[in-house]
Design a protein around this ligand. Structure first.
Ligand code: NAP
Length: 272
């Protein structure tokens, strides 16, 4: 039996357990996957306890992706480049290897499943937390013409955009936002408290594709807003969650699970 889980605060909303039980079933692996609510200031202590208890690894969600990066003794290329970690692998000899599967997971969903075109696109990312830090590199690799980052606390977007020397990447304040982006990605935690980011409606046009990293049974507040403004297509983050989870599973077990059945069960293939 392999011990796994997701660490976050809040974590109750997470659908990671059902995804990993599904993947494990594809290979006849026996796992115990738990949701662990981690209180602020205790991340490192909790992770060390899991290692002592013989856990195989864990996923990391809001707001601990920076803490996860800091406790690693080894990091994948992607984790080094992004500076944030969403997957920890606990290895023999006390080695803690950090990975980030958020960026590739988002690209798998957006480009390979939804068939959205990122090449030459003008992209706006809303939010400048761990999720945004994890996906910016992957977005830039998809060859957009521009990636603008807006955040409630503008200074944080500025610091984030300065992590990379890429002229296509810029922090934009509310008054500097352009009209009718090709792609808008909502990557703030506002949805967790039932709120929506306060950006002007002109950022959405009839050709805009709107993606929300958050996901829920109902259409998220951000996607409801984007649809009301006539966005061409909307998708929530369940597809990304499934794709990043599959990559994490492969890190732990060296086997690549299929995401097809899960996607079909969630009606994701018909969303674009
Ligand atoms: P984080 O590091 O805690 O960052 C939170 C971000 O949200 C910051 O930019 C913060 O702005 C902003 N924010 C929080 N409350 C807000 C509000 N009421 N109005 C406007 N902005 C607000 O969190 P994270 O790790 O980046 O995660 C962000 C979201 O992405 C979460 O909902 C998470 O569940 C989701 N996510 C989904 C997936 C997936 O696979 N689908 C993967 C990763 C993340 P300030 O800087 O101003 O505080």
């Amino acid at each position: 039996m392999y011990q796994l889980g997701v660490l976050g605060h809040p974590v109750e909303h997470s659908r990671s357990p059902e995804l990993h039980y599904h993947f494990a079933g594809q290979f006849g692996l026996s796992i115990d996957y738990q949701k662990l609510e981690v209180l602020p200031g205790t991340f490192s202590e909790v992770a060390n306890r899991l290692i002592q208890d013989g856990w195989r690894g864990c996923n990391v969600t809001v707001p601990y992706k920076f803490d996860a990066h800091d406790i690693c003794t080894a990091r994948s290329e992607n984790a080094q480049a992004t500076g944030v970690v969403n997957t920890l692998s606990f290895e023999p000899g006390g080695v803690i290897t950090g990975h980030n599967t958020d960026g590739p997971g988002l690209i798998n969903d957006m480009v390979h499943h939804l068939d959205w075109r990122l090449r030459e696109a003008r992209i706006l990312v809303l939010g400048a937390g761990g999720a945004t830090q994890g996906i910016l590199g992957a977005l830039l690799e998809a060859k957009p013409s521009a990636v603008h980052v807006w955040n409630r606390t503008h200074e944080r977007a500025v610091v984030l955009s300065q992590r990379q020397t890429d002229v296509r990447l810029e922090a934009r304040s509310t008054s500097e936002l352009e009209a009718q982006y090709d792609i808008i990605i909502h990557a703030s935690a506002a949805g967790l408290s039932g709120q929506r980011v306060d950006v002007p409606p002109h950022v959405i046009g009839s050709l805009t594709c709107a993606y929300d990293l958050s996901y829920s049974q109902e259409k998220t507040p951000f996607l409801t807003w984007a649809s009301s403004l006539g966005a061409a297509a909307t998708a929530d983050g369940l597809g990304m969650l499934i794709e990043q989870a599959a990559l994490a599973f492969e890190i732990w077990f060296g086997q690549q699970p299929s995401t097809l059945a899960l996607r079909q069960a969630e009606g994701l293939e018909a969303r674009a």
